[in-house]
Design a protein around this ligand. Structure first.
Ligand SMILES: Cc1ncc(C[n+]2csc(CCOP(=O)(O)OP(=O)(O)O)c2C)c(N)n1
Ligand code: SF4
Ligand SMILES: [Mg+2]
Length: 286
């Protein structure tokens, strides 16, 4: 692991997460990944949703946009669309990404927009003081659900695979080394990447740190990352719970497809050697 040559931390803003919150570990892993990749802060944007996890974007001296709850992915899509030259990350919680914002993942996956989405799951709505999320264990009680949650859980990984996100990984905040290498690979990946991060909340411990200590195993080295069915098998497996890169395939991004479409349009509509301009398009309407 390289020591970052650049400083990615904002000097004047200190994180306000509760002591022991998993988000500190994610913050630290992200700094290390940026260092490995030698990303330039001025060429990097972090877009986040609302939640304790969404605060990640505040603490980096990159560009950042702390948007609205559940809208991190479409906002990041907009940023990448207008500035394809920038490295765009998106950060949000399990409430943000699997509840209110769950419907935004599929359209982004279809576009294969070149962003990296870090989905921090603590199995609770942390910021709003502990309401159930789609991944809260059934027996965990809160002040608004004193008899436990009455709804089924969401299995996030198989959904990401079914949406065909071109890079799907899961990590556990206890394993810093793996977290850094997976986030680094996700940022390097061309196309949409998602890193599903188990990041415990200590104040509303629906997913206590202890639950990350046992029963977890790294995906075997020989796992074929381009095999959807084998990846689904690992994703559904409960014993052990796997961490690492489940799926990694190369597909054209929406940016590349747009460039190709423009090229085709130019060829079709322009006389040889002529460039298609706004004026030539408008002439068709006169
Ligand atoms: C449109 C909208 N609905 C609801 C809220 C209230 N709200 C803010 S954060 C949040 C849930 C946060 O949970 P999660 O996304 O899991 O993030 P965490 O705090 O656990 O990191 C909710 C319901 C809001 N800010 N905006
Ligand atoms: S409430 Fe939970 S998720 Fe939020 S900062 Fe505290 S420990 Fe972290
Ligand atoms: Mg949460």
């Amino acid at each position: 692991m390289k020591t970052p040559s650049l400083n990615y931390k904002k000097a004047n803003i200190k994180p306000v997460w509760c002591p022991g919150c998993g988000d500190y570990a994610v913050f630290s892993a992200l700094q290390k990944s940026f260092g490995e990749l030698e990303l330039k802060p001025e060429e990097t944007v972090i877009v986040s949703g609302i939640g304790c996890s969404g605060r990640v974007s505040h603490y980096f001296n990159t560009y950042s946009l702390h948007g609205t709850h559940g809208r991190a992915v479409p906002t990041a899509t907009g940023v990448k669309t207008v500035r394809p030259d920038l490295t765009v990350l998106c950060v949000g919680g399990d409430g943000d990404g699997l509840s209110i914002g769950g419907g935004h993942i599929a359209p982004a996956a279809r576009k294969n927009i070149d962003i990296t989405y870090l989905l921090l799951d603590n199995s609770i709505y942390g910021l709003t003081k502990g309401q159930v999320s789609p991944t809260t264990p059934e027996t965990y009680t809160t002040r608004t659900t004193p008899y436990g949650t009455l709804e089924e859980n969401i299995e996030a990984l198989p959904i990401f695979l079914a949406y065909d996100i071109s890079f799907v990984a899961r990590v556990n905040a206890l394993n810093m080394k793996q977290m850094v290498s997976v986030i680094t690979a996700a940022i390097r990946h061309k196309g949409m990447s998602i890193v599903y991060i188990m990041s415990p909340c200590v104040t509303y411990p629906a997913m206590p740190w202890n639950s990350l200590k046992e029963g977890w195993e790294e995906i075997p080295e020989d796992h074929p990352r381009d095999d959807k069915m084998k990846s689904l098998e690992l994703a559904y497996c409960k014993s052990p719970l796997y961490t690492g890169i489940f799926y990694d395939v190369e597909r054209p991004t929406i940016g590349e497809r747009l460039d190709q479409a423009k090229e085709r349009g130019l060829k079709k509509n322009s006389k040889e050697g002529d460039l298609l301009t706004v004026e030539t398009i408008l002439k068709d309407f006169y």
